[in-house]
Design a binder for this molecule. Structure first.
Ligand code: FAD
Length: 67
């Protein structure tokens, strides 16, 4: 079956889903389709149970800091 979409997101891990949510919010009139090579929740993201390291506070944190 041929599917058409405005945005095709490859991967349902944190990267793909973050992009999908942001683009869906920014472009509510557009279609967003997420595809994956297996089932939707079979990702490295699912197994990262120590929490995902990220920089969200750029005043007190940076990507250069390792600890
Ligand atoms: C056991 C384990 C523990 C971890 N613990 C931590 C932790 O504590 N803290 C931390 O910060 N990070 C941790 N990580 C790393 C973290 O999980 C990854 O850095 C992060 O989840 C990557 O997110 P992602 O969205 O880039 O990729 P993923 O979550 O791996 O998602 C990739 C997506 O792309 C899809 N995909 C891949 N290839 C194809 C293809 N050819 N065609 C279609 N779809 C495809 C997959 O099916 C999946 O949906 C851990 C990883 C593992 C494996």
């Amino acid at each position: 079956m041929l599917r058409k979409t405005d945005f095709l997101v490859v991967g349902s891990g944190i990267a793909g889903l973050t992009y999908a949510l942001k683009v869906a919010k920014a472009c509510p009139d557009k279609q967003v389709l997420v595809i994956t090579k297996t089932i939707a929740d079979e990702t490295n993201t699912k197994y990262a149970q120590g929490g995902i390291a990220g920089v969200t506070d750029f005043e007190n944190d940076s990507f250069e800091k390792t600890y």
